[in-house]
Design a protein. Sequence first.
Length: 420
Amino acid sequence: MSTHAEDLGPRDEPEAPPPVRARRRIPRAALFAPALLAGAAAYYLRPAGSTAPLGYVTVAVDHGPIERVVNATGAVNPVTAVLVGTYVSGPIQAIDATFNSTVKKGQRIAKIDPAPFAVKVREAEANLQNAQAKVAGNRADLKLKKLLLERNRVLLRRNLIAQNDLDTAETSYEQSSAQLALDQAAVAQARATLEEAQVNLRYTDILSPVDGVVVSVNVAVGQTVAASFQTPTLFLIAGDLAKMQVDTNVSESDVGRVREGQPATFTVDAYPGQPFHGRVAQVRNAPITVQNVVTYDVVVAVDNPGLELKPGMTANVSITTAKRDHALRIPVRALRFHPDGAGPGTPNANAKEESAVYVLASDGTLRRVEVEAGIRDNQHAEVLKGDLHEGDPTVIGLRRDSTDGAPAPRPPGLGGLKRL
């Protein structure tokens, strides 16, 4: 019983453990936020073109035409252009030709007041007549002096006069001969002065020196022109406008490939999309230097039967220096691709050697092919030598993922490069 009582008696209750604090649960997304931010920053701040390469960009070898051209700019000019001025000064009395007038060689196109020049002609004629009269008087005097000299010689042989009288007669005759020669020279001088006055009078009629068209008129009736140290320009007359030329400025790096007779094509802003055709007529040797840039004038002759081309038009010229109608072609970019550039499978922008291309094999490896390139244009180069055939896929660059991110095999490195 006592034992039962002890069992049923009050017991000391154990002390309750201290309350446990509730733990804060951190969201899992918050744990990855720094990594996500870092990844986003790396994506948006990545340099351009740093996406992973997915494969090679290839272009097939083909046959087709190639033209090597030299591009230049120039101006359309007449083949013959004459600046017409004046030799004499004076007021313009009449103008017989205006803009676009068709003129013939020797036709009067303007006239300067001839009045003062006509006066000069009359004055020169009077001076000439005066000189001629003096010559006539001297001839008569010389004839008399000659008679006296001969008479004195006869009288001296008869001892009727002294020797001194004969000497005086001879001296007088020689003086008269000299005076006659002097007066004859004055006649020639007066005649030359008259001819000069007549020439100046004729120059008051301004004549066209060539057959052509009046391009510009720089004078008006009543205007006084002065022909002093520099002849004033009154008219610009172009020759046959059905024959024109383009004076182009070809750089010194390209002029070595230009030859006479090469075909050329050019356009002008007045007729967009309409090409004009011509040929190189002359490669001039005189250099033109502007701000340390050296160019040469290459003259392109062109027919202009419809007179569409006007003097002074700006022309964009392409001169064909070489042409192949059916050449084995590769892209120019294929010559610039090199897998050893900035890492495996990347183009080398600094590669100077352009003697090989890379062909993508069926197993995804690269085959290096040595080639000898001929002429080239902006897109293609001619293959002269090399183990290339039509349809071979030449590598021109790398294909990079920029849109869907679909998995694709990366291009092999140098370990997958085959050399030929």
